[in-house]
Design a protein around this ligand. Structure first.
Ligand SMILES: [Zn+2]
Length: 415
């Protein structure tokens, strides 16, 4: 197969060249590649070719299929331009032992689609999960996502095991005692809506504890779904003193601020909550500057009856993996806030790097490619499964037209 005349993202910059794919692998790049007899040619004139996206924070509802069947999540991910998910451990039962990690890794998926597993740090008894077994079973990360690991000594031990087995430590940094006192951050919106607020310091103080513990261990600490300026500044200060800290941000924290809560729409209820406009702008700026290197969706599907409750009772979560790129392109790129190259890199090769996945446009790499058309205004569509996607119906001028997984067309727009 030859992809002809595409604008290709390679090493963070665009270049125009043809790509040949053979046996599922990128075999050649160059100008004016001529097809062999019978070879498929895909015209990519006026299209962007990016390495496929990699989501490093996905809730796959194994054991809670009424929220969204895992096969639907995978289908939505592919439609969204993804070739990989990193599954968070709060499945039912949780991914806190080797057999559950193995079971998750066996999830059926198209060739070229990768499932990564994050094992739990804490098991249901409140003690350290069998981290060594979890690592041997194939997990690439550990986390108590959904919750912070409150016990400092346990987290310290987890960092040490993670270092020994080269696991990424995905940190839902949020002081739970502060979090329990509210539903959104204290501020103008909590005042105006009457929804109970909790202090933003819940994030920064957790990052500080975890970062200082990691200063003593030197593991790969990753703050996921960063939401506040204070949290960002704390992580940056830790980096300044040599602590290994990386960060991701979700599409919703880049798009919404607390004023969105005035709608009482439960589909935008997420944890951590949205900060104010200063927080949001700081996150966008940090993505642009490279302080934040990754975008993760925190895809968290819920059923309609669950979300169709009073705001206070509805579960936290936004399920947007099928439309993350389209909405981010519209909100950040068409407004010149973030260059397209930065957005695509933060969604593809940067997360792949943290998960230990060889990825990107290069000879010998698996041919996992997302083809995008710009200037194609359309309304973001509903793709089945959970409906808690606040972007459905919004206009976007970029569309994923094709997804190639291991050299095969896995998705085509409009087909
Ligand atoms: Zn979380």
């Amino acid at each position: 197969m030859i992809l002809k005349n595409g604008t290709v993202l390679m090493n963070g910059a665009f270049e125009r060249f043809d790509i040949r794919i053979e046996n599922g692998v990128i075999s050649k790049g160059g100008h004016d590649l001529s097809p062999d007899e019978g070879e498929t040619v895909i015209d990519c004139q006026d299209k962007i070719i990016s390495p496929t996206f990699v989501d490093m924070h996905t809730h796959v509802r194994l054991g809670q299929e009424y929220k969204e069947d895992p096969q639907v999540t995978i289908r939505k991910a592919i439609k969204g331009g993804y070739c990989a998910l990193n599954v968070m451990p709060n499945t039912k039962p949780a991914l806190d032992c080797a057999p559950m990690v193995e079971r998750m890794l066996k999830t059926e998926a198209p060739e070229g689609f990768h499932i990564f597993v994050t094992g739990a740090i804490t098991n249901e008894n409140g003690t350290l999960a069998e981290t060594e077994d979890i690592a041997s079973a194939g997990a690439v990360a550990i986390s108590d996502d959904g919750h912070w690991t409150e016990n400092s000594f346990l987290f310290y031990q987890a960092l040490k095991y993670a270092k020994k087995h080269d696991l990424l430590v995905m940190d839902h940094a949020q002081d739970m005692n502060l979090f329990k006192s509210g539903k959104i951050y204290e501020g103008k919106a909590s005042f105006e809506t009457g929804l109970k607020g909790f202090p933003k310091a819940a994030e920064a103080s957790a990052i500080y504890r975890d970062g200082t513990l990691n200063a003593q261990v030197g593991s790969r600490l990753h703050i996921t779904h960063l939401s506040t300026l204070m949290g960002l500044e704390t992580a940056n200060a830790l980096k300044q003193i040599g602590v290994h800290v990386t960060m991701d941000v979700t599409p919703h924290h880049l798009i919404f601020d607390e004023s969105a809560y005035l709608s009482y729409d439960t589909n935008i209820k997420a944890n951590p909550p949205f900060g104010d406009e200063r927080d949001r702008k700081a996150l966008v700026h940090a993505l642009r500057s490279g302080e934040i290197t990754n975008i993760a969706t925190d895809h968290a599907p819920h059923s309609e009856p669950e979300k169709d409750q009073e705001w206070e009772d509805a579960p936290y979560g936004i399920a947007s993996i099928d439309s993350a790129f389209e909405v981010l392109y519209q909100e950040l790129v068409t407004t010149s806030l973030v260059p397209l190259e930065t957005l695509l890199t933060a969604m593809s090769t940067n997360p792949a790097y943290l998960l230990g996945m060889r990825h990107g446009i290069g000879i010998g790499n698996e041919a996992n490619l997302t083809i995008i058309k710009l200037n194609e205004p359309h309304a973001i569509s509903y793709e089945g499964g959970a409906k808690n996607n606040p972007y459905v119906g919004k206009e976007s001028s970029a569309v994923v037209t094709m997804v190639i997984l291991k050299g095969n067309v896995a998705y085509e727009y409009g087909k």
